[in-house]
Design a protein around this ligand. Structure first.
Ligand code: CA2
Length: 144
C-alpha cells in the first residue's frame, strides 16, 4: 500500500518555537517517526512538505491513480483552502487529516477545516503520534 504524507506551511519549523502548543520535537523527528511507521507497518510512504498552496495542490493531483491513501496536515491552509479541498475531491483518494495541536480548543478561526470536509477522519491534539494513528487507520481500512 502506498501512502503520501503531506505537511503544509511552517511544519518544517517544528520544535523551534511554541513548544507549549506543538511540543519539543523537531520536523526531523517527525520525518523519522513516519519512516519508522512505514517500516513497522510494511508500507510505502512518501513525504512532502511545502509552504505553498499550489505546490500542495500539484502534489495531490500527482497522486491520482498512483497512491492508495493520503495523510495531510494542511497547517494554516486548513482554515482557508478550498483549493486543497477541491484537489482532494478531484483525486478521490481516501484521506485522513492530522493536527498536532487540539485546534478545537484554540482560536475560533482554527475551528473550521476545508480539507477536513473531504477527509474521512481527523486526528487532533495527539502530538506527532497523530500521524502514526492516521497511517495505521488507512492501513487497517484500505491495506492490501
Ligand atoms: O496543530 C496543527 O497541526 C496545525 O495544523 C499547525 C499549524 C496551525 O496553523 C494549525 O492551525 C494547526 C501551524 C504549523 C506550524 O507552526 C509553527 C509555529 C511556530 C513554530 C513552529 C511551527
Amino acid at each position: 500500500m502506498k501512502i503520501l504524507v503531506i505537511n503544509g506551511p511552517n511544519i518544517n519549523m517544528l520544535g523551534i518555537r511554541e513548544p507549549d502548543i506543538y511540543g519539543q520535537q523537531t520536523f526531523a523527528d517527525l520525518l523519522a517517526l513516519i519512516e519508522d511507521t512505514a517500516r513497522e507497518e510494511n508500507l510505502e510512504i512518501q513525504q512532502f512538505q511545502s509552504n505553498h498552496e499550489g505546490a500542495i495542490v500539484d502534489k495531490i493531483q500527482e497522486c491520482y491513480k498512483k497512491v492508495d491513501g493520503i495523510v495531510i496536515n494542511p497547517a494554516a491552509y486548513t482554515h482557508t483552502s478550498v483549493a486543497i479541498l477541491d484537489a482532494l475531491k478531484a483525486v478521490g483518494i481516501p484521506a485522513v487529516e492530522v493536527h498536532i495541536s487540539n485546534v478545537d480548543s484554540r482560536e475560533a478561526f482554527r475551528h473550521i477545516s476545508y480539507p477536513g470536509m473531504y477527509c474521512e477522519k481527523t486526528v487532533k491534539g495527539q502530538g506527532l503520534d497523530g500521524y502514526r494513528q492516521a497511517i495505521v487507520y488507512l492501513k487497517e481500512k484500505y491495506g492490501k
